[in-house]
Ligand binder design. Sequence first.
Ligand code: PLP
Length: 391
Amino acid sequence: MKMASDLVRGMPPYLFSAFERKKAELAQKGIDVIDLGIGAPDLPPPPFLIEAMKRELDDPRNYTYSPYAGCREYREAVADFYEQQYGVKLDPDTEVLALIGSKEGIVHLLQALIDPGDAVLVPNPGYPVYRTAIHLARGTPIDLPLDAACDYAPQFSALDPSTYDRANIMLLNYPSNPTASLAAIDVFLEAVTLAKKHRFLIAHDSAYSLLTFGDASAPSVLQVDGAKEVAVEFGSLSKSYNMAGCRIGYIVGNQEAIRALSILKSNIDTCQFLAVQKAAAAALRRGIEAAKENGRIYEQRMKAMTAALWQMGVPVRPPRATFFLWVPTAVGYSAAEFAARLLDEAGVIVTPGTAFGSAGEGYVRISLAAPTERLLDAARRWKAIDWEGRP
Ligand SMILES: *Cc1c(COP(=O)(O)O)cnc(C)c1O
């Protein structure tokens, strides 16, 4: 009896499961494990959102099937949000599709657009779901190298024109998980120019677009003139409004790509619970102040933690967005060795950079989705380890 397909058995290993085992083991011994590996917000949704959700729960009409593409109220709220925030006009009927979280959309978009063997450019380091999605669509990943010296902007000139000719899709993600870098609009301008010349689609993942610090702001790829011809953008309410468990996101931009995804999805799911869509619409209509408030909390934590790391001689660059720090490991340690020692000897979980691709070697990702005291405690424990002497 066959209990798993070749496709599932061939899936890239899930790096976090070993950490989960170790974490349980240490917890059993009574060790207080500080988990900075988490990729989900620790903050609550804003009170107005919980109120909106309660109201929607009380409405019996919300318990029927949603329209496949998402309800009109949600799609219009997304379109209005784009006009307000980016000055980009979207047709809510053809250029906006509701998603059950952007992860779902990323995986299904590749299945809707590519055929086995088709080439997809994928950032290295990058969010691991991209590679899994390419695998599940039986595509061929091609590394898009990022330039650490230029705040992890894509090194477009590192690839030759024939590679771009072969590509069907280029995945991008700014502000970035795991590197926390923020892209200027020039990066999107260059990407759109390449996409038009070499005829591929840009799929930009903007999951952290509203989690920026101070007066920094993250552009949308759709702000580039004519971008809709060659680009789609994913958005999510998981990180900006702390709705991760509600599973609500969207894709906007190129009509044909969205139509293909919508056909695929209408045969798989029936969109999200209407109450969730309507609460999300209320959040988008309220504007970005709630997200900005989260950003202020992450920024304070970021400043406290980078200051602590600097004092220890760890050269971490203070980011302008996301809730991650991208931190170089102690000299002489691979990312995996470093993370393992931190867990074994200090009970601190961080994510080895190699979980995000080969270019993550020499780095770990620290999540700021934990209170400042816990972050500073983790820094103290890190400092207490004798990094010069091997265990
Ligand atoms: C968290 C995250 C997502 C997934 O968000 P959902 O909308 O909750 O599925 C997508 N992309 C990146 C880079 C993320 O870190």
